[in-house]
Write a protein that binds this ligand. Structure first.
Ligand SMILES: *Cc1c(COP(=O)(O)O)cnc(C)c1O
Length: 495
């Protein structure tokens, strides 16, 4: 069978999907992508409407080396009874647009949808070596960590280590992670921001000494971050699902286009939308929504990617990112024959902190995407506005998307609906949501959560209700330079 994946940095470095899944990142530091979208078209009129059936159809178009019956089993294991909505996600009207609620999973953020399925797929792909064990390394800006821990907890043959930036995530996000039980889970804070944690983890994958030492113990590294293709593919499903719901509710006719507004950090979620578009979903624009760390918005405006301005701490911490890994994938898709140029840009980004794409590519990007930024104050106003007009609570990440969506619609009025991705439960960010509605209060996070629920009559998501009472099991804190030593120590390897 032809290998379906190749590295963004070298088309000759190929892998089938299961290999890509196991490795996480390609050996040359590139990311795995597909190059044959023509063969992955989906017939919209023939799609079934339950989420799981839809997932079977979409994922079997994308994954060549896992048989359909196995895929069906994986999807069942991932989604049966683990989400609080019958169809995994839910679409609800919001003003003239729609909200795609992606936070009804075990950890109350959209990352559950991919991370419930990833362990099942990885089990099918098997370890890199038949006696081996997989060690998942994950850097998190807040939500990936807990979703990955819940997904991989107590899975045989797998151990998971999560690194989060110390004091850069919400109190609820942190508490969710440090209270995780399970035989095979480790959680550790890293001094610095998310980019520090992410680059330290990426460095581990490329570190030959570390990998050799681990291989001697039959341990093989993999990643649960969106650098892993297996994280992105499950996310394409909900783009199709949302579209279908709008057809079903007669908001659009089959074949009409929609926009999607996506709160963006590592560019993973929105790239899944781009994949849906490449598979034939009628998307007019994908809207890149940034918080005050607007490196992507500036890139789409000017063609210059510049990560040198310092990272700001915002009320949407899961988007506090300067190096959006998956942008590399988009650039590779748009110019498949210019791998060398892409490699140069990535090298320059690493060494000098910026690069500039050419005019032609920029125009191509600007045709398919729209973009905008939203400050913390604008996000708070948006939370308040939506509550006042619709009696709904949105979290600060969703508020960024909702605000930017309105901005784009104001500048380009049309009847086309926009589907706003709602990526987390508002109760994960109770302090900021509560401040948006009632102003700052000197109360602890847990009191604010209860008060917010009581005042609005909106129930707290069950997984967050008991969180405060759970025992704390993980309290390590390291410098980013010490990550390799930390991993070796955790694995009982002395050198
Ligand atoms: C991770 C995350 C995002 C950003 O998604 P990317 O795939 O990194 O672009 C947005 N909102 C929330 C709540 C998140 O957890």
């Amino acid at each position: 069978m032809k290998k379906q994946c190749m590295s963004t940095r070298n088309p000759a470095l190929q892998a089938d999907f299961c290999e890509a899944l196991r490795q996480g990142i390609a050996a040359d530091g590139g990311l795995y992508i597909f190059n044959d979208w023509e063969q992955r078209q989906v017939d919209l009129s023939a799609l079934s409407s339950t989420y799981q059936k839809l997932a079977e159809v979409i994922l079997s178009r994308l994954i060549d080396d896992i048989p359909l019956s196995t895929l069906q089993h994986c999807i069942q294991q991932a989604y049966d009874g683990r989400f609080r909505t019958p169809d995994v996600v839910r679409v609800s009207p919001l003003e003239n647009n729609a909200l795609l609620e992606l936070y009804h999973g075990p950890t109350c953020a959209f990352k559950d949808i991919a991370l419930a399925l990833l362990p099942e797929l990885m089990r099918q792909a098997g370890p890199s070596n038949t006696h081996g064990k997989t060690l998942i390394l994950t850097a998190t800006s807040g939500d990936t960590g807990k979703a990955a821990l819940e997904g991989f907890k107590n899975q045989p043959g797998i151990e998971i280590l999560v690194f989060y930036p110390d004091q850069r995530i919400s109190e609820v996000q942190q508490r969710q992670m440090v209270t995780t039980d399970g035989q095979n889970t480790h959680v550790c804070a890293v001094r610095g921001n998310f980019d520090d944690a992410q680059s330290a983890v990426k460095h581990c994958f490329a570190d030959p000494r570390l990998n050799t030492l681990l291989h001697r113990q039959n341990l093989f590294l993999s990643s649960a971050n969106s650098i892993n293709l297996g994280r992105l593919l499950p996310q394409t499903v909900y783009y199709f699902y949302a579209y279908q719901q709008l057809v079903k509710n007669s908001r659009i006719r089959l074949g009409e286009t929609v926009d999607f507004a996506v709160p963006t950090g590592n560019f993973g979620d929105i790239l899944a939308g781009y994949y849906a578009k490449r598979m034939g979903l009628p998307i007019h624009k994908l809207i890149v929504c940034s918080n005050e760390n607007d490196v992507l918005t500036r890139f789409f405006e000017t063609g210059i990617y510049d990560r040198r301005p310092p990272l700001k701490k915002t009320i949407s911490p899961s988007m506090d990112i300067l190096v959006s890994s998956n942008l590399e994938r988009l650039l590779a898709h748009l110019q498949p024959d210019r791998t060398e140029t892409l490699c140069q840009w990535m090298k320059q980004l690493k060494e000098q902190g910026w690069y500039q794409i050419d005019e032609l590519l920029l125009r191509q990007l600007q045709q398919q995407f729209a973009w905008g930024r939203c400050s913390d104050e604008q996000a708070r106003q948006e939370i308040r506005r939506i509550y006042e007009t619709s009696s709904r609570l949105i979290d600060p990440h969703t508020a960024v998307a909702s605000y930017v969506c309105r901005l784009v619609q104001k500048n380009h009025p049309s009847d086309r609906p926009c589907i706003i991705l709602s990526t987390a439960s508002c109760f994960k960010f109770s302090r900021d949501v509560s401040e948006a509605l009632y102003g700052p209060q000197a109360l602890d996070e847990w009191t604010l959560m209860k008060q917010l629920s009581e005042r609005t009559g909106i129930p707290i998501d069950p997984p967050l209700q008991q969180l405060q009472q759970l025992p704390i099991r993980h309290c390590d804190l390291i410098e980013k330079e010490d990550i390799t030593d930390y991993i070796l120590k955790k694995e009982g390897i002395t050198v």
